[in-house]
Design a protein around this ligand. Structure first.
Ligand code: GLA
Length: 386
Protein backbone atom coordinates (compact mmCIF):
# COMPACT_ATOMS: atom_id res chain seq x y z
CA UNK A 1 0.00 0.00 0.00
CA UNK A 2 1.31 3.43 -0.87
CA UNK A 3 1.10 5.82 2.02
CA UNK A 4 1.25 9.58 1.76
CA UNK A 5 2.69 10.17 5.19
CA UNK A 6 5.12 12.40 6.90
CA UNK A 7 7.79 9.74 7.00
CA UNK A 8 8.31 9.15 3.29
CA UNK A 9 10.34 11.27 0.91
CA UNK A 10 7.50 11.86 -1.55
CA UNK A 11 3.75 11.63 -2.00
CA UNK A 12 1.41 11.59 -4.95
CA UNK A 13 -0.71 14.50 -6.14
CA UNK A 14 -4.29 14.17 -7.37
CA UNK A 15 -3.25 12.85 -10.76
CA UNK A 16 -0.75 10.48 -9.23
CA UNK A 17 2.32 12.59 -10.05
CA UNK A 18 5.07 12.26 -7.51
CA UNK A 19 5.55 15.39 -5.49
CA UNK A 20 8.93 15.67 -3.76
CA UNK A 21 8.95 16.89 -0.21
CA UNK A 22 10.96 19.93 -1.25
CA UNK A 23 7.83 21.45 -2.81
CA UNK A 24 6.63 23.20 0.31
CA UNK A 25 6.07 26.65 1.63
CA UNK A 26 8.92 26.18 4.07
CA UNK A 27 11.26 24.96 1.36
CA UNK A 28 10.61 27.97 -0.83
CA UNK A 29 12.84 29.80 1.59
CA UNK A 30 15.63 27.46 0.58
CA UNK A 31 15.33 28.50 -3.04
CA UNK A 32 12.96 25.74 -4.13
CA UNK A 33 9.96 27.79 -5.13
CA UNK A 34 8.33 25.35 -7.53
CA UNK A 35 5.05 25.33 -5.62
CA UNK A 36 3.06 28.39 -6.59
CA UNK A 37 1.41 30.24 -3.71
CA UNK A 38 -2.15 28.95 -3.61
CA UNK A 39 -3.50 32.44 -3.01
CA UNK A 40 -2.25 33.61 -6.39
CA UNK A 41 -4.44 31.02 -8.14
CA UNK A 42 -7.46 32.61 -6.44
CA UNK A 43 -6.43 36.24 -6.83
CA UNK A 44 -9.22 37.57 -9.01
CA UNK A 45 -11.74 35.09 -7.59
CA UNK A 46 -12.19 35.27 -3.82
CA UNK A 47 -10.06 35.56 -0.71
CA UNK A 48 -8.50 32.26 0.30
CA UNK A 49 -8.24 32.17 4.08
CA UNK A 50 -6.81 30.12 6.89
CA UNK A 51 -7.19 30.13 10.66
CA UNK A 52 -4.27 30.67 13.03
CA UNK A 53 -4.40 29.47 16.61
CA UNK A 54 -2.95 30.91 19.87
CA UNK A 55 0.65 29.84 19.34
CA UNK A 56 0.96 31.75 16.03
CA UNK A 57 0.82 35.31 17.40
CA UNK A 58 2.99 34.21 20.31
CA UNK A 59 5.81 33.23 17.94
CA UNK A 60 5.41 29.53 18.81
CA UNK A 61 4.11 28.24 15.48
CA UNK A 62 6.55 29.23 12.72
CA UNK A 63 5.32 26.48 10.37
CA UNK A 64 1.71 27.67 10.64
CA UNK A 65 2.72 31.28 10.04
CA UNK A 66 4.92 30.29 7.12
CA UNK A 67 2.12 28.34 5.42
CA UNK A 68 -0.38 31.12 6.14
CA UNK A 69 1.78 33.95 4.81
CA UNK A 70 2.91 31.95 1.75
CA UNK A 71 -0.42 30.54 0.61
CA UNK A 72 -3.37 32.42 2.11
CA UNK A 73 -4.85 35.89 1.64
CA UNK A 74 -7.06 36.12 4.76
CA UNK A 75 -6.32 35.12 8.37
CA UNK A 76 -8.94 34.29 11.00
CA UNK A 77 -7.81 34.02 14.63
CA UNK A 78 -9.03 30.55 15.68
CA UNK A 79 -9.37 31.65 19.30
CA UNK A 80 -7.54 34.93 20.00
CA UNK A 81 -10.52 37.23 19.37
CA UNK A 82 -13.21 35.22 21.13
CA UNK A 83 -14.86 36.89 24.14
CA UNK A 84 -12.96 34.73 26.66
CA UNK A 85 -9.68 35.79 25.05
CA UNK A 86 -10.46 39.50 24.77
CA UNK A 87 -12.47 40.19 27.93
CA UNK A 88 -12.03 37.36 30.40
CA UNK A 89 -12.56 39.80 33.25
CA UNK A 90 -15.22 42.46 32.90
CA UNK A 91 -13.74 45.72 31.63
CA UNK A 92 -10.19 44.33 31.17
CA UNK A 93 -9.53 43.96 27.45
CA UNK A 94 -6.48 41.98 26.33
CA UNK A 95 -5.66 42.62 22.70
CA UNK A 96 -2.00 41.52 22.47
CA UNK A 97 -2.50 38.24 20.55
CA UNK A 98 -5.20 39.67 18.32
CA UNK A 99 -3.05 42.71 17.55
CA UNK A 100 -0.10 40.54 16.63
CA UNK A 101 -2.21 38.42 14.28
CA UNK A 102 -3.50 41.53 12.55
CA UNK A 103 0.10 42.75 12.16
CA UNK A 104 1.18 39.40 10.69
CA UNK A 105 -1.69 39.57 8.20
CA UNK A 106 -1.07 43.19 7.24
CA UNK A 107 2.64 42.58 6.76
CA UNK A 108 2.00 40.02 4.02
CA UNK A 109 -0.98 41.82 2.50
CA UNK A 110 -3.58 39.39 3.88
CA UNK A 111 -7.00 40.50 5.09
CA UNK A 112 -7.50 40.14 8.86
CA UNK A 113 -10.87 38.58 9.77
CA UNK A 114 -12.54 39.05 13.17
CA UNK A 115 -14.00 36.00 14.92
CA UNK A 116 -16.26 36.17 16.97
CA UNK A 117 -18.24 38.80 18.88
CA UNK A 118 -21.37 37.03 20.18
CA UNK A 119 -21.44 33.28 20.83
CA UNK A 120 -22.72 30.91 23.52
CA UNK A 121 -19.34 29.16 23.79
CA UNK A 122 -15.99 30.59 24.96
CA UNK A 123 -17.79 33.50 26.59
CA UNK A 124 -17.11 34.18 30.29
CA UNK A 125 -19.97 33.49 32.69
CA UNK A 126 -19.83 37.03 34.12
CA UNK A 127 -21.60 38.33 30.99
CA UNK A 128 -24.74 36.55 32.19
CA UNK A 129 -24.65 37.18 35.94
CA UNK A 130 -26.18 40.16 37.71
CA UNK A 131 -24.36 41.96 40.57
CA UNK A 132 -26.52 39.95 43.01
CA UNK A 133 -25.38 36.65 41.50
CA UNK A 134 -28.78 36.16 39.90
CA UNK A 135 -29.30 35.92 36.14
CA UNK A 136 -28.45 39.23 34.49
CA UNK A 137 -31.22 41.67 33.54
CA UNK A 138 -31.95 42.40 29.86
CA UNK A 139 -30.65 45.96 30.21
CA UNK A 140 -27.33 44.94 31.76
CA UNK A 141 -26.78 42.07 29.30
CA UNK A 142 -27.48 44.38 26.37
CA UNK A 143 -25.17 47.05 27.78
CA UNK A 144 -22.39 44.48 28.24
CA UNK A 145 -22.84 43.06 24.76
CA UNK A 146 -22.81 46.55 23.22
CA UNK A 147 -19.73 47.55 25.22
CA UNK A 148 -17.85 44.41 24.20
CA UNK A 149 -18.69 44.94 20.53
CA UNK A 150 -18.01 48.69 20.55
CA UNK A 151 -14.64 48.22 22.26
CA UNK A 152 -13.45 45.29 20.16
CA UNK A 153 -14.70 46.44 16.76
CA UNK A 154 -13.63 49.99 17.60
CA UNK A 155 -10.13 48.79 18.52
CA UNK A 156 -9.70 47.13 15.11
CA UNK A 157 -11.66 49.72 13.13
CA UNK A 158 -10.39 49.97 9.55
CA UNK A 159 -7.99 47.05 10.05
CA UNK A 160 -10.21 44.01 10.62
CA UNK A 161 -12.29 44.08 7.45
CA UNK A 162 -14.84 41.37 8.19
CA UNK A 163 -16.46 40.30 11.46
CA UNK A 164 -18.31 37.14 12.43
CA UNK A 165 -20.78 39.08 14.55
CA UNK A 166 -23.01 36.28 15.82
CA UNK A 167 -22.02 32.61 15.78
CA UNK A 168 -24.28 29.55 15.81
CA UNK A 169 -27.56 31.14 16.90
CA UNK A 170 -29.75 28.76 14.91
CA UNK A 171 -31.01 25.67 16.73
CA UNK A 172 -30.32 22.07 15.76
CA UNK A 173 -33.49 21.00 17.56
CA UNK A 174 -36.50 20.16 15.39
CA UNK A 175 -39.27 22.77 15.73
CA UNK A 176 -37.02 25.37 17.36
CA UNK A 177 -35.57 28.21 15.24
CA UNK A 178 -33.19 29.95 17.62
CA UNK A 179 -30.81 28.06 19.90
CA UNK A 180 -31.58 28.55 23.59
CA UNK A 181 -28.40 30.44 24.46
CA UNK A 182 -27.59 32.56 27.51
CA UNK A 183 -27.73 35.60 25.17
CA UNK A 184 -31.24 34.73 24.00
CA UNK A 185 -32.37 34.08 27.56
CA UNK A 186 -30.88 37.32 28.89
CA UNK A 187 -31.77 39.76 26.11
CA UNK A 188 -34.54 38.15 24.10
CA UNK A 189 -35.15 37.65 20.38
CA UNK A 190 -33.58 40.94 19.30
CA UNK A 191 -30.09 40.15 20.61
CA UNK A 192 -28.88 39.23 17.12
CA UNK A 193 -30.18 42.43 15.51
CA UNK A 194 -28.72 44.48 18.36
CA UNK A 195 -25.32 42.85 17.95
CA UNK A 196 -25.19 43.73 14.25
CA UNK A 197 -26.32 47.30 14.92
CA UNK A 198 -23.57 47.74 17.52
CA UNK A 199 -20.91 46.34 15.19
CA UNK A 200 -22.00 48.59 12.34
CA UNK A 201 -21.95 51.61 14.61
CA UNK A 202 -18.38 50.81 15.68
CA UNK A 203 -17.08 50.32 12.11
CA UNK A 204 -19.53 51.21 9.33
CA UNK A 205 -17.13 49.85 6.68
CA UNK A 206 -16.67 46.37 8.13
CA UNK A 207 -18.40 43.46 6.40
CA UNK A 208 -20.71 41.91 8.99
CA UNK A 209 -21.35 38.17 8.92
CA UNK A 210 -23.80 35.76 10.53
CA UNK A 211 -21.78 32.50 10.95
CA UNK A 212 -23.05 28.95 11.58
CA UNK A 213 -22.49 25.26 10.94
CA UNK A 214 -24.78 22.90 8.98
CA UNK A 215 -26.81 25.78 7.53
CA UNK A 216 -25.99 24.31 4.13
CA UNK A 217 -28.05 21.25 5.13
CA UNK A 218 -31.78 20.79 4.56
CA UNK A 219 -32.65 20.38 8.25
CA UNK A 220 -31.16 23.72 9.28
CA UNK A 221 -31.13 25.91 6.15
CA UNK A 222 -34.81 26.97 6.28
CA UNK A 223 -34.32 28.23 9.84
CA UNK A 224 -31.22 30.19 8.88
CA UNK A 225 -33.00 31.67 5.87
CA UNK A 226 -35.92 32.67 8.08
CA UNK A 227 -33.61 34.40 10.56
CA UNK A 228 -31.58 36.17 7.88
CA UNK A 229 -34.63 37.33 5.93
CA UNK A 230 -36.13 38.74 9.08
CA UNK A 231 -32.90 40.65 9.83
CA UNK A 232 -32.86 42.04 6.29
CA UNK A 233 -36.58 42.99 6.55
CA UNK A 234 -35.77 44.94 9.70
CA UNK A 235 -32.93 46.71 7.86
CA UNK A 236 -30.36 45.25 10.22
CA UNK A 237 -26.84 45.96 8.87
CA UNK A 238 -25.82 42.45 7.86
CA UNK A 239 -23.75 41.82 4.73
CA UNK A 240 -23.01 38.13 4.56
CA UNK A 241 -23.75 34.64 5.77
CA UNK A 242 -20.82 32.50 6.86
CA UNK A 243 -21.20 28.78 6.18
CA UNK A 244 -18.62 27.02 8.34
CA UNK A 245 -18.35 23.84 6.21
CA UNK A 246 -16.91 21.35 8.69
CA UNK A 247 -17.34 18.37 6.40
CA UNK A 248 -16.56 14.67 6.12
CA UNK A 249 -15.57 12.52 3.17
CA UNK A 250 -19.11 11.32 2.61
CA UNK A 251 -21.19 14.32 3.53
CA UNK A 252 -22.65 16.74 2.73
CA UNK A 253 -23.72 16.42 -0.87
CA UNK A 254 -21.99 19.20 -2.85
CA UNK A 255 -25.22 19.79 -4.83
CA UNK A 256 -27.02 20.55 -1.58
CA UNK A 257 -24.34 23.07 -0.62
CA UNK A 258 -24.58 24.69 -4.04
CA UNK A 259 -28.33 25.07 -3.65
CA UNK A 260 -27.76 26.73 -0.27
CA UNK A 261 -25.29 29.22 -1.70
CA UNK A 262 -27.82 30.13 -4.40
CA UNK A 263 -30.59 30.56 -1.84
CA UNK A 264 -28.53 32.76 0.50
CA UNK A 265 -27.37 34.86 -2.44
CA UNK A 266 -30.96 35.19 -3.65
CA UNK A 267 -31.99 37.01 -0.46
CA UNK A 268 -29.22 39.53 -1.08
CA UNK A 269 -26.34 38.31 1.07
CA UNK A 270 -22.74 37.62 0.19
CA UNK A 271 -21.60 34.12 1.12
CA UNK A 272 -18.40 33.36 3.02
CA UNK A 273 -17.10 29.84 3.53
CA UNK A 274 -15.60 30.41 6.95
CA UNK A 275 -14.21 27.25 8.57
CA UNK A 276 -13.79 24.57 5.93
CA UNK A 277 -12.18 21.22 6.65
CA UNK A 278 -12.87 17.70 5.42
CA UNK A 279 -12.28 15.09 8.11
CA UNK A 280 -11.54 11.52 7.03
CA UNK A 281 -12.26 9.69 10.31
CA UNK A 282 -15.44 7.83 11.25
CA UNK A 283 -17.91 9.66 13.48
CA UNK A 284 -21.55 9.42 14.33
CA UNK A 285 -21.77 13.19 14.78
CA UNK A 286 -21.94 15.59 11.83
CA UNK A 287 -21.64 19.23 12.81
CA UNK A 288 -19.55 21.56 14.93
CA UNK A 289 -21.36 21.80 18.25
CA UNK A 290 -18.25 21.74 20.40
CA UNK A 291 -20.22 20.50 23.41
CA UNK A 292 -20.73 17.14 21.62
CA UNK A 293 -18.22 14.44 22.41
CA UNK A 294 -17.82 10.79 21.54
CA UNK A 295 -15.66 8.37 23.45
CA UNK A 296 -13.32 5.72 22.10
CA UNK A 297 -12.45 2.67 24.18
CA UNK A 298 -9.00 1.10 23.62
CA UNK A 299 -10.74 -1.76 21.74
CA UNK A 300 -12.34 0.75 19.33
CA UNK A 301 -8.99 2.33 18.36
CA UNK A 302 -8.55 0.33 15.17
CA UNK A 303 -11.98 1.30 13.85
CA UNK A 304 -12.24 4.83 15.21
CA UNK A 305 -8.63 5.90 14.61
CA UNK A 306 -7.61 3.88 11.56
CA UNK A 307 -4.88 6.11 10.08
CA UNK A 308 -2.63 6.75 13.06
CA UNK A 309 0.38 5.48 11.07
CA UNK A 310 -0.36 7.42 7.89
CA UNK A 311 -3.08 8.08 5.36
CA UNK A 312 -3.54 5.44 2.66
CA UNK A 313 -3.05 6.87 -0.79
CA UNK A 314 -6.56 5.91 -1.88
CA UNK A 315 -8.08 7.92 0.98
CA UNK A 316 -5.81 10.89 0.21
CA UNK A 317 -7.10 10.82 -3.38
CA UNK A 318 -10.75 10.63 -2.34
CA UNK A 319 -10.11 13.54 0.01
CA UNK A 320 -8.46 15.52 -2.80
CA UNK A 321 -11.31 14.79 -5.20
CA UNK A 322 -13.81 16.06 -2.69
CA UNK A 323 -11.83 19.29 -2.22
CA UNK A 324 -11.63 19.71 -6.00
CA UNK A 325 -15.39 19.23 -6.41
CA UNK A 326 -16.07 21.70 -3.61
CA UNK A 327 -13.76 24.36 -5.02
CA UNK A 328 -15.05 23.89 -8.57
CA UNK A 329 -18.50 24.55 -7.18
CA UNK A 330 -17.32 27.56 -5.14
CA UNK A 331 -15.69 28.99 -8.25
CA UNK A 332 -18.96 28.68 -10.18
CA UNK A 333 -20.34 31.10 -7.58
CA UNK A 334 -17.38 33.44 -7.26
CA UNK A 335 -19.66 36.41 -7.97
CA UNK A 336 -21.37 35.90 -4.58
CA UNK A 337 -18.61 34.20 -2.58
CA UNK A 338 -16.26 36.67 -0.91
CA UNK A 339 -13.94 34.25 0.87
CA UNK A 340 -13.21 30.58 1.40
CA UNK A 341 -11.33 29.95 4.66
CA UNK A 342 -9.78 26.65 5.72
CA UNK A 343 -9.93 25.94 9.46
CA UNK A 344 -6.21 25.58 10.12
CA UNK A 345 -2.97 25.37 8.19
CA UNK A 346 -1.68 21.78 8.46
CA UNK A 347 -3.15 18.52 9.72
CA UNK A 348 -1.60 18.47 13.17
CA UNK A 349 -3.06 21.94 13.76
CA UNK A 350 -6.66 20.75 13.24
CA UNK A 351 -9.28 20.62 15.98
CA UNK A 352 -10.60 17.43 14.33
CA UNK A 353 -7.74 15.45 15.92
CA UNK A 354 -9.74 15.94 19.13
CA UNK A 355 -13.33 16.34 17.98
CA UNK A 356 -15.73 14.73 18.51
CA UNK A 357 -13.36 12.00 19.75
CA UNK A 358 -10.17 13.00 21.58
CA UNK A 359 -6.71 11.82 20.61
CA UNK A 360 -7.08 10.72 16.98
CA UNK A 361 -5.04 11.39 13.84
CA UNK A 362 -7.12 13.18 11.22
CA UNK A 363 -6.09 14.59 7.83
CA UNK A 364 -8.61 17.33 7.05
CA UNK A 365 -6.46 20.14 5.60
CA UNK A 366 -4.30 20.92 2.55
CA UNK A 367 -0.87 20.53 4.21
CA UNK A 368 0.42 17.50 6.10
CA UNK A 369 2.05 17.38 9.51
CA UNK A 370 5.38 18.54 8.11
CA UNK A 371 3.80 21.42 6.25
CA UNK A 372 4.01 19.67 2.90
CA UNK A 373 1.30 20.16 0.30
CA UNK A 374 -1.04 17.18 0.08
CA UNK A 375 -2.98 15.86 -2.92
CA UNK A 376 -5.83 18.07 -1.69
CA UNK A 377 -3.59 21.13 -2.10
CA UNK A 378 -2.93 20.33 -5.75
CA UNK A 379 -6.58 19.50 -6.31
CA UNK A 380 -7.61 22.93 -5.04
CA UNK A 381 -4.88 24.60 -7.08
CA UNK A 382 -5.99 22.77 -10.20
CA UNK A 383 -9.63 23.72 -9.62
CA UNK A 384 -8.57 27.38 -9.84
CA UNK A 385 -6.16 26.93 -12.75
CA UNK A 386 -7.70 24.18 -14.88
C1 GLA B 1 -16.87 26.44 15.72
C2 GLA B 1 -16.37 27.86 15.98
C3 GLA B 1 -14.91 28.00 15.76
C4 GLA B 1 -14.13 26.85 16.35
C5 GLA B 1 -14.67 25.57 15.78
C6 GLA B 1 -13.91 24.40 16.32
O1 GLA B 1 -17.07 26.14 14.44
O2 GLA B 1 -17.03 28.83 15.19
O3 GLA B 1 -14.46 29.18 16.37
O4 GLA B 1 -14.23 26.85 17.74
O5 GLA B 1 -16.00 25.46 16.20
O6 GLA B 1 -12.55 24.58 16.34
Amino acid sequence: MTICSTTLAACADIKGNTVPLAKTAIHQKNGQSDVQPLKSAFKAKFLLGTALNYPAPQGKAPLDVDIATSHFSAFTPANSMKPDALQRVEGKFTFADGDRLVEIAEKCGATPIGHVLVWHEQTPAWFFQGPDGLPVSRDLALARMRKHIATVVGHYKGRVKQWDVVNEAVSDTPGETLRQTPWLKAIGLDYIAEAFRAAHEADPDAILIYNDYNIELAYKRPKALQLLKSLLDQKVPINAVGIQCHWRLDSPDIAEVEQSIEQYAAIGLKVMITEMDIGVLPTKYQGADISKTETMTPEQQAVMNPYAAGLPDAVARTHATRYRQAFEMFLRHKDVIGRVTLWGTHDSDSWLNNFPVRGRTDYPLLFDRQGLPKPAFFAVQRAATP
